[in-house]
Design a protein around this ligand. Structure first.
Ligand code: BG6
Length: 483
């Protein structure tokens, strides 16, 4: 990075900027990971002074850092980087003012964290000021479209001003430590690869469960639903990293090409298969973590809604490695717990020599949330004497990342890593254009099929594990969900 650089955050007063971006940048600054010459400019419609903007950022950083990690001295230094540009995205003068604040910083990076409807107007406004010329880069927040067609339209509008190499599409799951570690686990250990296929693996389950409801994002969420909000991006990314072939190296293009191959091998789900391979649900009133909570519809003010807050899909990957292995994905709001995990269920031993003893097949669990940990279930002999011979018991070999690397350390925000990678111009952790479009193509078919069938989402009580049909999805193959 050259000495004079500028990061411009469009949507500077938005929820994402306050909850994630400012705290992440502050922490990067605290750790000495951003260069002295970096200026951070917020752009939003609200008319406010630079000082008022700095106050907003300080509140956001204090909320996230809490007492323990807030350092007034570091914040003073961080604040000296900040500036603010008010103005409407459709007004050319806004971009003139922005150009004035950016000055001669030739290394420019534009973070679009506004409504996607503003992505094209912002890119045009920047281009009119000559701000998009190489090496300027753009970061796009999700959702990038609502379907393949709308995603393509956004990509095309952005591509008029930024080449693909200079376009960074965010999926914040790729910035999570445990997700990174999945790549290390698979490709830095030799023991998994020989059994990481249909011969060794019976099924894979990917769960991202949230105990919270839609909070104050009803309007956005009601238009998208769980499938577009979570499966199209986060869960499919986890599926890709679990299923992809070993890339030739860690270069962004190698990694991303392998992921695209997986997406293109996903078996399309035909309308006739929807009832067998997919489930949609919507939460009703219930008890979540000991507290009575209203239904989704009540959360939105009472109007009717057919949006799903829970979705589960049984996917198949049509290639040599994975033929016949179900990849179950499920996600939902107001479920029994906040937990995200990938569970890889290995096959049973081909023949048991242990008589009546019940054997459990080996199982690898990669937990992302609430804690980052990896565990491998193995059968063990219980250390007792008995007339009956061997007594066996399943035990877990646990690798807790916080135990191994210190629980006192601050758990990093996924955006810290992503911002750092983008500032360093490394695109491995960002979603390529063909990748985003391939994911939408597979999801579109499911969502359009649901629309054709016209069935409302199945109700499920808040605080449970989704509608009963979600259990049928796995039981049909004589599997059951791992909690
Ligand atoms: C976001 C979704 O992308 O991911 C939210 O829009 C969801 O609805 C969030 O709550 C979950 O992220 P995390 O990191 O808390 O698992």
């Amino acid at each position: 990075m050259t000495d004079r650089s500028a990061l411009i955050i469009h949507g500077a007063t938005g929820d994402l900027a306050r909850r994630m971006l400012y705290p992440s940048l502050y922490f990067l600054d605290m750790d000495g990971l951003i260069s002295d010459g970096l200026t951070i400019i917020g752009h939003a419609r609200s008319d406010m002074s630079r000082d008022a903007f700095i106050d907003t950022v300080e509140r956001a950083v204090r909320d996230r850092a809490e007492e323990r990690f807030f350092d007034a001295e570091v914040f003073r230094r961080f604040a000296s980087r900040l500036d603010y540009c008010p103005g409407d995205a459709s007004d050319p003068e806004t971009f003139g003012r922005l150009a004035g604040l950016i000055g001669d910083a030739d290394n420019r990076m534009f973070y679009l964290s506004t409504s996607p409807a503003l992505y094209a107007p912002i890119a045009r406004g920047l281009a009119a000021q000559g701000l998009t010329a190489d090496p300027a880069r753009v970061i796009l927040e999700k959702p990038i479209g609502k379907s393949r067609a709308t995603c393509e339209a956004i990509n095309a509008a952005i591509a008029q001003h930024f080449s693909e190499q200079r376009t960074f599409r965010i999926d914040h799951y790729l910035g999570k430590e445990a997700v990174q570690n999945l790549i290390a686990l698979r490709f830095a250990n030799a023991i998994f690869e020989p059994i990481w296929n249909r011969h060794g693996i019976e099924q894979v389950q990917i769960t991202v469960a949230e105990s919270l409801g839609v909070e104050d994002r009803f309007d956005y969420y009601d238009e998208y639903g769980a499938t577009r909000d979570m499966i199209q991006n986060h869960l499919l990314q986890l599926l890709c990293l679990t299923a992809m072939e070993p890339p030739a190296n860690m270069r962004p293009e190698s990694l991303r090409s392998e992921k695209v191959k997986v997406l293109r091998s996903l078996r399309p789900i035909r309308d006739a298969d929807l009832p067998l391979r997919t489930v949609r649900g919507q939460y009703q009133a219930g008890v979540s973590e000991g507290v009575s909570v209203p239904s989704y519809v009540e959360d939105g003010g009472g109007g009717p809604s057919d949006t799903e807050t829970f979705a589960a899909i049984c996917a198949h990957i049509d290639n040599w490695r994975w033929q016949g292995v179900p990849f179950y994905m499920r996600t939902g709001k107001r479920l029994a717990a906040r937990t995200s995990q990938i569970v890889v269920q290995f096959r049973d031993v081909p023949h048991s020599i242990f008589g009546a003893s019940q054997l459990m097949a080996n199982r690898l669990t990669i937990r992302l949330q609430p804690q980052e940990e990896i565990s491998l279930l193995l059968m063990n002999k219980t250390p007792t004497l008995s007339r009956g011979g061997y007594e066996l018991k399943p035990l877990s070999l646990n690798l807790s990342l916080s135990d191994a690397f210190g629980s006192q350390a601050r758990r990093r925000i996924a955006y810290e890593r992503l911002l750092l990678e983008a500032l360093n111009n490394s695109s491995a952790l960002f979603v390529r254009r063909d990748e985003a479009e391939a994911a939408w193509a597979w999801i579109d078919r499911i969502i359009d099929g649901w629309a054709r069938r016209g069935e409302p989402p199945a109700p499920y009580p808040a605080g449970g594990w989704g509608p009963s049909s979600a259990f049928g999805l796995t039981e049909r193959n004589r599997h059951s969900w791992f909690e």
